[in-house]
Design a protein around this ligand. Structure first.
Ligand SMILES: Nc1ncnc2c1ncn2[C@@H]1O[C@H](COP(=O)(O)OP(=O)(O)O)[C@@H](O)[C@H]1O
Ligand code: SF4
Ligand SMILES: [Mg+2]
Length: 332
């Protein structure tokens, strides 16, 4: 399938401030990211908290301006614009907030919030708005009566469904789902994932699926990129990454993931990721990597293709033979 959303060398700086006499540099929360998402696929972004997933999402959406690099949507370059122009240009991309409950106005009934989005997008006729809202609530598995509820009257799963209804009304082509199952019970998680699969087919959507939960990513994603401190360190098909991960960071994440079959997780990754204000020289994973050698602290590894469709940025990828199968995160 052709690319629908892409980025090349995308770099984002956060927190830079300019005073009268001094300039405080920011941190590079996204640093030279290359991605190419094909129309209709579900593309996963995984990595520990703080690695830049949400910043990448906000930049692809146009809410955060890129410091360098390019964003492409449906074959057009859409970067290098002001934030207002960027959002207008990228209306085909919509974002489902990490905490959809917090994104709803607590004083407004759900129907009013949904109608507001439609009005902003030019649907003036109130009867038509009501019909579209009822139809979309049904599509996300909710009774139209939910339009009369307030956000505090919704469960976590229902809030997720309303978050989805809200963006479906805007007829997106690409949906960025930021931690869509975080904080949900396992049974509710499973129902939300089933709904996402169904909506993808029914509305012809492409997903950028952000999660730190590898079992969820394995269940729903066709391809996956692994981020570490603002960089993509490995990407490939879900099968390649889960069955033959080559980057030591991907392998450590998989080993530390909780097992769906109830067995205890393996050892967690040693230490915390370093601060973005003190990114290690050479390979930025080297202080935590069991395979690090002197070269790793001096020379930054560039992404190399290790198998068709699988790219890895590690000096020692030739020595990381495909790991044994990971039954721990196998899905039923
Ligand atoms: N306004 C800001 N100024 C400086 N650093 C920030 C700012 N916002 C976020 N960060 C840092 O940027 C990094 C990436 O954050 P984020 O994109 O939210 O990561 P993730 O979604 O993967 O958890 C984090 O280390 C965070 O502390
Ligand atoms: S380049 Fe070196 S430190 Fe970095 S992941 Fe590979 S082996 Fe580990
Ligand atoms: Mg986040």
């Amino acid at each position: 399938m052709p690319e629908i959303l892409g980025a090349s060398r995308l770099t984002v700086e956060l927190g830079a401030r300019r005073g009268l006499l001094r300039h405080w540099p920011g941190v590079r929360a996204v640093d030279g990211v290359d991605l190419s998402v094909a129309a209709g696929e579900s593309f996963g972004i995984v990595g520990e908290s703080g690695c830049g997933k949400t910043t990448l999402a906000r930049t692809l959406l146009g809410l955060q301006r890129e410091a360098a690099g390019e964003v492409r949507l449906e074959g057009r370059v859409v970067s290098g614009r002001t934030p207002a122009e960027a959002r207008r240009d990228r209306a085909a991309i919509q974002y489902v907030h990490q905490d959809p409950g917090a994104a709803l106005d607590p004083w407004w009934r759900v129907g009013a919030t949904l109608a507001e989005g439609l009005a902003i997008h030019g649907l003036r006729d109130a009867a038509e708005r009501r019909a579209r809202i009822a139809e979309t609530l049904a599509a996300v598995g909710l009774d139209p009566a939910f339009a009369g509820r307030y956000p505090h009257e919704l469960s976590g799963g229902q809030q997720r469904r309303i978050g989805l209804a809200r963006i479906l009304l805007l007829r997106p082509r690409v949906v960025i789902l930021d931690e869509p199952t975080a904080g949900l019970d396992l049974s509710v998680q499973a129902a939300v994932l089933r709904l996402l699969q169904e909506l993808r087919g029914r509305f012809g959507l492409t997903y950028l699926f952000i999660s730190h939960d590898l079992s969820v990513v394995r269940r729903v994603c066709d391809r996956v990129a692994v981020m570490y401190l603002g960089r993509v360190v490995e990407q490939g098909t879900a099968r390649q990454l889960f069955e033959a991960p080559r980057h030591p960071y991907t392998r450590a994440l998989l080993a530390a993931a909780p097992h769906l079959d109830g067995r205890a997780a393996g050892p967690s990754l040693p230490g915390d990721p370093p601060s973005l204000r003190a990114v290690p020289a050479g390979c930025r994973f080297h202080p935590r990597c069991a395979l690090a050698e002197p070269r790793c602290a001096a020379e930054e590894p560039l992404p190399e293709t290790v198998a068709p469709g699988q790219d890895v940025a590690c000096h020692r990828w030739r020595e990381t033979a495909p790991a044994p199968r990971q039954p721990s995160i196998e899905t039923a």
